[in-house]
Write a protein that binds this ligand. Structure first.
Ligand code: SF4
Length: 191
């Protein structure tokens, strides 16, 4: 075979094997199969935007007690009616969101006057949030407007729903925010 230097270098890559007349599509398909051969498939929803594309998470681990599974591959769900298997670049990067060593796995607080974030327990976080909600409502609650009409509103707080919240969660969230007098409510679908 008469090869130029350029053709030879191109042929050195897998894609370049086509230049030598080799069909690598089967090898590629097999490589992909091997990658997910022993994984468990879990269907989920991309958390990033209101499109809510369906994803399949491939997890290694036998689901035995005390075994932490690791997500090794994420792809669009071809059976999902919204995205039919496609994902945008953000959705394709979900694996990093799950397994990146810098991912936060516990709540943190930056106390007044401090310049550092401290890790706190979930119980502590819930107690602090409840305290802030109560104090803010007490401080900001408006019972009547300038005309003396009863409005019972709390302009000091807002509420926004996420795209992966269930209808049941949103129902409860709506009820709670109404009880707090929150009038600034929105959904991620508009963001
Ligand atoms: S894959 Fe992209 S378009 Fe689909 S929900 Fe995620 S961020 Fe939105």
């Amino acid at each position: 075979m008469d090869l130029s230097r350029r053709a030879f270098l191109k042929a050195g890559t897998v894609g370049g094997s086509i230049a030598l007349g080799l069909d690598v599509s089967e090898a590629r398909a097999e490589m992909r199969d091997l990658k997910i051969a022993r994984t468990t498939e879990t269907r989920s929803t991309c958390p990033y935007c209101a499109v809510s594309c369906g994803v399949i998470l491939h997890t290694l681990g036998d689901r035995a007690k005390n075994v932490t599974g690791s997500v090794v591959h994420v792809e669009g769900d071809p059976d999902h009616p919204i995205n039919r298997g496609t994902l945008c670049p953000k959705g394709m990067a979900i694996k990093e969101d799950i397994s990146h060593p810098g991912r936060l796995t516990a709540p943190r607080v930056r106390k007044p006057g401090s310049d550092t974030w401290e890790e706190i327990s979930w119980d502590d976080a819930i107690a602090r949030i409840a305290r802030h909600v109560k104090d803010t409502r007490d401080r900001c609650f408006v019972e009547k407007n300038a005309k003396g009409q009863v409005v019972n509103r709390n302009p000091g707080m807002g509420m926004i729903g996420g795209c992966t919240d269930t209808n049941e969660f949103n129902f409860l969230q709506w009820k709670a925010s109404v009880a707090f007098g929150v009038t600034y409510r929105d959904t991620q679908a508009r963001v």
